[in-house]
Design a binder for this molecule. Structure first.
Ligand code: ATP
Length: 257
């Protein structure tokens, strides 16, 4: 089996006295999409912040392409080939769409390839091409998510971390964003680790999934197998055994099997 591009070994990370993740171990294989699923406050964003160097773990190690990277500065980690689209998008509001995309390529010297990549992003998201000279501030939430994703892709990451790409978007836009995520992964082989509360779209798009509950991984498997598990249907997708919807799923206490 191929070596993982990313491996977390027994990671614990805190905010002051608040222990947000507790002994998290996970792996991401090259070329795959891996999803970490969990409800509000489960620790999903903390996992991504720990990988990208925004947060130093108290314990454990993060290995990227076999080398430990925890404790290194965030800008060094970006230069190793790890892109991060944080929750809430964080585009540069006063820069135009075009300038935002160029900022994504600031570490690159290959101007011709950067130009080709710009056109590729406009191909993925034609609305960004239409609005290329407008300030990012003027974009809708969905368009800002498209811009944040495209900007991260402009640095040609070998691993892309995506924090809740579906957050605050209409079902139609969620579908559109995830179609592009799957397309980029398929066409360019970009490895992705995404964290999501929207388990349904994440399980349909990813190859492998981890379920996180109060800072711990409680279940892991291929998404195909996760989708077949009754527990997952009930507690992540809100579908009862008789097929009815159950929206109280996260409120129940659950022993994952
Ligand atoms: P959400 O989708 O709501 O962001 P999440 O699964 O990504 O949820 P995290 O943001 O990783 O969860 O938060 C994990 C825990 O850490 C929560 O209990 C949260 O309240 C706490 N936490 C997150 N950020 C901070 C912070 N800056 N200071 C203190 N506690 C924090």
């Amino acid at each position: 089996m191929t070596e993982p591009i990313l491996r977390l070994a027994n990671i614990e990370s805190s905010y002051g006295p608040v222990r947000a993740i507790r002994g998290v171990s996970l792996e991401v294989r090259p070329g795959s999409i891996v999803a970490v699923l969990g409800n509000n406050g489960a620790g999903k964003s903390t996992i991504l912040k720990t990988i990208s160097g925004i947060l130093d773990p108290d314990k454990g190690q993060v290995f990227f392409e076999g080398r430990p990277i925890n404790g290194k500065p965030a800008d060094w980690i970006v230069r190793q080939g790890i892109g991060h689209v944080p929750e809430g998008r964080e585009v540069f509001p006063l820069l135009t769409v075009h300038e935002n995309l160029l900022m994504g390529a600031y570490t690159r010297k290959d101007r011709d390839a950067v130009h080709r990549d710009l056109e590729r992003m406009y191909g993925y998201f034609p609305i960004l091409a239409e609005k290329r000279n407008q300030e990012a501030l003027a974009l809708s939430g969905g368009q800002q998510q498209m811009l944040a994703l495209s900007r991260a892709l402009m640095c040609r990451p070998r691993l892309l971390l995506l924090d809740e790409p579906s957050l605050g978007l209409s079902p139609k836009l969620v579908k559109e964003i995830f179609e592009i995520i799957v397309r980029v992964n398929g066409e360019e082989g970009t490895t992705m680790l995404l964290v999501e509360q929207n388990a349904s779209i994440a399980l349909k798009s990813a190859h492998f999934g981890y379920v996180l509950e109060v800072g711990r991984i409680v279940l892991e498997d291929t998404t195909q197998r996760l989708l077949e598990k009754q527990d997952v249907k009930e507690f992540l997708l809100g579908v009862k055994s008789d097929g009815a919807r159950d929206d109280r799923r996260w409120k129940k206490k659950k022993q994952w099997r």
